[in-house]
Design a protein around this ligand. Structure first.
Ligand SMILES: Nc1nc2c(ncn2[C@@H]2O[C@H](COP(=O)(O)OP(=O)(O)OP(=O)(O)O)[C@@H](O)[C@H]2O)c(=O)[nH]1
Ligand SMILES: [Mg+2]
Length: 457
C-alpha cells in the first residue's frame, strides 16, 4: 500500500439543498479531525454510526447534529482511514462544515476523482472497476446501470486479467524454451504454447467484434430524424420527447441547428436528433444545417426518414441518398385519414445499389396516431443494437485500442518461428492488456481517467 499523504475532504453527495449531505475525509488525519469535531479524545469504534453534535474545534460553535462513521484503513473505500459525516443538506451547514475542515491542520480539498484514485493506488480496485464507478454515477437508464454495476464489480477486470495471466504463462514457457533449449524440440514456439496464444487471441478478437455495444450503451443509441422541409420532423421530435423541444412552424426551413433530446426507451438510452429539412438552399446558414444533418445521419445507429403524406410515394432525393438498412420510413400527417393504402414496407435500392426492404409506418405527429407502433419498433431496434447476453462488453475506446494493439502483437508473435521475437510480441501484448486494468506503469493514464470524475468521488 502506498504510504498515505495528505488528508483530503470534499462534499461527496450532490450539490444543492437536500435532506442529508455526505462529507467525506480520507487520509491519516481523518480520525483525529473527527475526534476534534466531536470534542472527544477516544477514537470512535470503526464502522459504527454515532449521532452527535459537531462543533468547530476553534470557536466551539455547534455546526450541526450529524451522523459520523469512522472506517479504519485498509477496510475503507480508499484503503486509508476514512470518515463520513452525514450532515443536514443545507447550503449553510455544508459550507460551515467544509470551511471548518479547511482550517484544520493537514487537510485540503480533494481533487476530482481523488478518492477513487487513492482506492486504485491502494489496490482496492483495478482501473476498469474505477471506470465502472464513474459510469454508474453517470448512468441514466436501467441498462446503463446494469452494465456499470457489472464493470464496477470487476467482471471486465477479471476477463482481462485472465487473458493477461494466460499470456504471461505462455511467455514464461517461451522464455524457458529460449533459456534451456531442448535438443529434441523444433525451433520456435512449442505447439502447445502456440495453441494457448491463438486461443487468447481468438477470444480477444471475438470480444472486439461486439458491434460497439458496450460503448454505444454508454453513449446512447443515436437516432436521427431526416426529411424534406415541413415534413413534420420537429413535430415528431416533440411528440417523442413529450415536450416542445423544437420550434414547429409552417415555414419550410424552420429547423437549422440540430436539436437533441435524451429518451429512455425500455431502459435503454437514446439520443434523438431533429435536423434541418434536406434541400438545396441559397441560404448559407440553412445549407450548413443541411450539411450537419447529413453528417450526423451518416453516423447514426438508426435514421427516421419523415415524408409528408401528400409527397408519398416520392422520396426526396436528398433523403434517398441516406437510406440504408438502418432506416425506417415514416409517412406523416395521416391524421384522421384512411392509411390502409400505405404499404407496410418499401422496396428500393440503397445508394450503393443494394436491394432494401424497409418498414413503412403511417403516423401523425399532430394527433399521435401510429406512435405506439413506432415506439415499439424503435424499442426493438434499440434493444437489438444495445442489449447483450453473455460476458460484459468493452465499454471504452481506451480498452478497444489496447486490445486491438494486443491482438496485433499476438498476430505477429504467432507468425514468427523465432522464439525471441515471439517472446517480445507476447510481452508487448501483456503490457497492452495490463494498461487496461492498471497493472503496469500507468501514471500518465491516471490523470486522464480520474480527471473525468468530479470532486467528492
Ligand atoms: N396535419 C398535420 N400537420 C402536421 C403534422 N406534423 C406536422 N404538421 C405541420 O407541418 C408543419 C411543419 O412542421 P414541422 O414539425 O415544423 O416540420 P419540419 O419537418 O421540422 O420542418 P423544417 O424544420 O422546416 O425542416 C407545421 O405547420 C406543423 O404543424 C401532422 O401530423 N399532421
Ligand atoms: Mg423542423
Amino acid at each position: 500500500m502506498i504510504a498515505s499523504r495528505e488528508t483530503i475532504f470534499a462534499l461527496s453527495s450532490g450539490a444543492g439543498r437536500a435532506g442529508v449531505a455526505v462529507i467525506r475525509l480520507s487520509g491519516p488525519r481523518s480520525g483525529a479531525v473527527l475526534c476534534a469535531l466531536l470534542g472527544r479524545d477516544i477514537m470512535p469504534k470503526p464502522r459504527h454510526a454515532i449521532y452527535a453534535p459537531i462543533r468547530d474545534p476553534q470557536s466551539n460553535e455547534r455546526l450541526d447534529d450529524a451522523v459520523a462513521i469512522y472506517f479504519e484503513g485498509p477496510a475503507s473505500f480508499t484503503g486509508e482511514d476514512v470518515v463520513e459525516l452525514h450532515v443536514h443538506g443545507g447550503r449553510a451547514v455544508i459550507e460551515g462544515v467544509l470551511d471548518c475542515l479547511s482550517r484544520q491542520d493537514g487537510l485540503r480539498v480533494a481533487d476530482p476523482g481523488e478518492y477513487t484514485r487513492r482506492a486504485f493506488e491502494n489496490g482496492k480496485m483495478d482501473l476498469t472497476s474505477a471506470e465502472g464507478i464513474a459510469d454508474l454515477i453517470d448512468a441514466e437508464t436501467a441498462a446503463q446501470r446494469r452494465q456499470a454495476v457489472r464493470q464496477m464489480a470487476g467482471e471486465l477486470g477479471t476477463l482481462y486479467e485472465g487473458w493477461r495471466a494466460r499470456l504471461m504463462k505462455a511467455l514464461a514457457h517461451i522464455e524457458a524454451d529460449i533459456d534451456f533449449p531442448d535438443e529434441d524440440l523444433p525451433d520456435g514456439i512449442v505447439p502447445v504454447v502456440h495453441g494457448d496464444l491463438r486461443a487468447v487471441n481468438d477470444e480477444v478478437k471475438r470480444h472486439l467484434a461486439d458491434n460497439r455495444r458496450g460503448e454505444r450503451l454508454r453513449e446512447g443509441f443515436q437516432i436521427v430524424i431526416l426529411g424534406a422541409p415541413n415534413a413534420g420532423k420537429s413535430s415528431l421530435l416533440n411528440r417523442l420527447a413529450q415536450r416542445d423541444a423544437a420550434i414547429v412552424s409552417e415555414i419550410a426551413g424552420t429547423t437549422r441547428d440540430m436539436i437533441e433530446v435524451h429518451l429512455d426507451l425500455g431502459g435503454f438510452p437514446v439520443t434523438m436528433v431533429d435536423t434541418a429539412g434536406l434541400r438545396e438552399s441559397g441560404d448559407v446558414i440553412e445549407s450548413e444545417g443541411v450539411r450537419r444533418a447529413t453528417e450526423r445521419a451518416e453516423n447514426a445507429d438508426l435514421r427516421l426518414v419523415v415524408i409528408d403524406r401528400s409527397d408519398w410515394p416520392k422520396i426526396d432525393p436528398e433523403a434517398a441518398r441516406l437510406i440504408d438498412d438502418k432506416t425506417l420510413i415514416l409517412i406523416n400527417k395521416v391524421d384522421a385519414t384512411d392509411s390502409s393504402a400505405i404499404p407496410a414496407s418499401w422496396q428500393g435500392t440503397s445508394v450503393d445499389g443494394r436491394a432494401l426492404e424497409l418498414p413503412v409506418l403511417p403516423i401523425s405527429a399532430m394527433t399521435g396516431q401510429g406512435m405506439e407502433s413506432l415506439l415499439q419498433l424503435l424499442e426493438t431496434r434499440v434493444k437489438e443494437g444495445l442489449d447483450f447476453a453473455g460476458p460484459v462488453p468493452l465499454t471504452r475506446l481506451r480498452h478497444r485500442r489496447a486490445l486491438e494493439s494486443a491482438s496485433d502483437h499476438l498476430d505477429r508473435g504467432l507468425q514468427t518461428d523465432i522464439a525471441e521475437l515471439a517472446a517480445e510480441d507476447v510481452r508487448l501484448a501483456v503490457r497492452e492488456i495490463g494498461k487496461i486494468t492498471g497493472r503496469v506503469d500507468v501514471e500518465d493514464l491516471l490523470d486522464i481517467i480520474f480527471g473525468d470524475f468530479c470532486i467528492g468521488k
